[in-house]
Write a protein that binds this ligand. Structure first.
Ligand SMILES: Cc1cc2nc3c(=O)[nH]c(=O)nc-3n(C[C@H](O)[C@H](O)[C@H](O)COP(=O)(O)O)c2cc1C
Length: 366
């Protein structure tokens, strides 16, 4: 049996394959942090072909939670309406549309990653704003010292996640992913590197995890019972004194009890500089550890570039779901080449006949 093309059920939602696109920011939002129909509809429609799940890129729950001015947002009715079209084109291809909800925390107010002034803090003169964070500690040299959040601001952030969840459901998304990795707000509260608070939200494990747990519970309450909630976590910080894999193993069952259904296992991003390993499938042992030690379903991601690797990760019990990012950005037909039936009718014959030979030549009837 080919596990990759075997359905995965999360609550009442069935993914037709165990292959998904992870959230991949494209930084192409139209004014108002709306999806640009000319970009986002074509992009996500194409990437939904042959897929079980498509997680739409990090979408901010509030203006101050945007990482860059080019990110999508979901705090008003226009955004809800426009995102409904994105969910619709994904679902029309047979994939489950999910939305990643994010608050960039101290990594807010940056430029998009390319270009001359790319991947840098955005100065106030250029439209930058004050980032919010657990403690007044900058993400890296040259970045603005963020404002330490008041208890009222923390409560507001939880409410913003819940309100965006309700909007995501209205827009037709069939799953929500909370971005609790890569140094964003929810991760920054978890990690002692960024969180030096002395109130209820900082200090020991229980206090540092309070915000994420409150958010999961509040978001769960805003999500219909039949729809799954995914949590993307940086399983390790790669910095001394940071969040560890043991911490991730400890929190996973607590998040499950709070209403999370799957941990999407990524890593790093809490501060710079950091040294991280790399290589084929390099991050997948985190997904394996969380799955084996907690029984919680996991997604694996990180330099998975072939369907053979994906099959192995499923067969050896590393994860329940395989996410392929950069590979599917550049080669979106990869899954459909191996399962032409999952492609739209106009592509099916082309896929069946162009992939029939292993030597790279088209079959003679073409
Ligand atoms: C251009 C780009 C944009 C990304 N945007 C997001 C994002 O919005 N949210 C997120 O959680 N991760 C984001 N990531 C991380 C990816 O989801 C993924 O975890 C990472 O690229 C590793 O997987 P890969 O080796 O298959 O690309 C991004 C990565 C890239 C390269």
């Amino acid at each position: 049996m080919d596990m990759l093309f075997t359905p995965l059920r999360l609550r009442d939602v069935e993914l037709r394959t165990r292959l998904g696109l992870p959230a991949m920011s494209t930084y192409q939002a139209a004014p108002g942090n709306l999806p640009d129909p000319r970009w986002h509809l074509a992009h996500y429609q194409t990437r939904a072909v042959g897929m079980g799940l498509v997680v739409v890129e990090a979408t901010a729950v509030a203006p101050e939670g945007l990482a860059t001015p080019d990110d999508l947002g979901l705090w008003d009715d226009d955004q809800t309406q426009a995102l409904a079209e994105v969910a619709e084109v994904i679902a029309a291809q047979g994939a489950v549309p999910a939305l990643q909800l994010s608050h960039a925390g101290r990594k807010a107010s940056r430029t998009r990653p390319w270009g001359e002034s790319g991947d840098a803090p955005l100065a106030e003169a250029d439209g930058g704003w004050m980032p919010l964070a657990p403690s007044p500690l900058a993400f890296a040299d040259g970045y603005r010292v963020p404002a330490e959040m008041t208890p009222q601001q923390i409560e507001t952030a939880v409410t913003q996640f819940a309100a965006a969840t309700a909007r995501a459901v209205t827009a037709g998304f069939r799953a929500v992913e909370l971005h609790a990795g890569h140094g964003r707000l929810l991760h920054s509260f978890l990690s002692p590197i960024a969180n030096r608070r002395t109130d209820a939200y900082g200090g020991d494990f229980h206090s540092r995890t309070l915000l994420l747990r409150q958010t999961v519970r509040t978001v769960r309450a805003a999500l219909p019972d039949e729809l799954p909630l995914l949590v993307r976590m940086s399983c390790v910080d790669f910095l001394p004194g940071g969040w560890t894999l043991d911490d991730t193993v400890r929190i996973a069952p607590l998040l499950a009890a709070d209403g999370a259904d799957l941990i999407d296992c990524t890593s790093g991003g809490i501060a710079r500089p950091e040294t991280r390993p790399t290589g084929p499938c390099w991050q997948t042992p985190y997904a394996a550890t969380v799955r084996h030690k907690t029984g919680m379903p996991t997604a694996a991601v990180g330099k998975i570039t072939t369907l053979g690797q994906a099959r192995e990760l499923l067969a050896d019990g590393t994860c329940d779901l395989v996410l392929m990012g950069r590979q599917l950005l550049v080669d979106p037909m990869l899954p459909a080449r191996h399962a032409p039936d999952l492609a739209p009718a106009p592509y099916q014959r082309a896929l069946a006949t162009t992939t029939a030979t292993s030597d790279g030549h088209l079959p003679p009837e073409l």
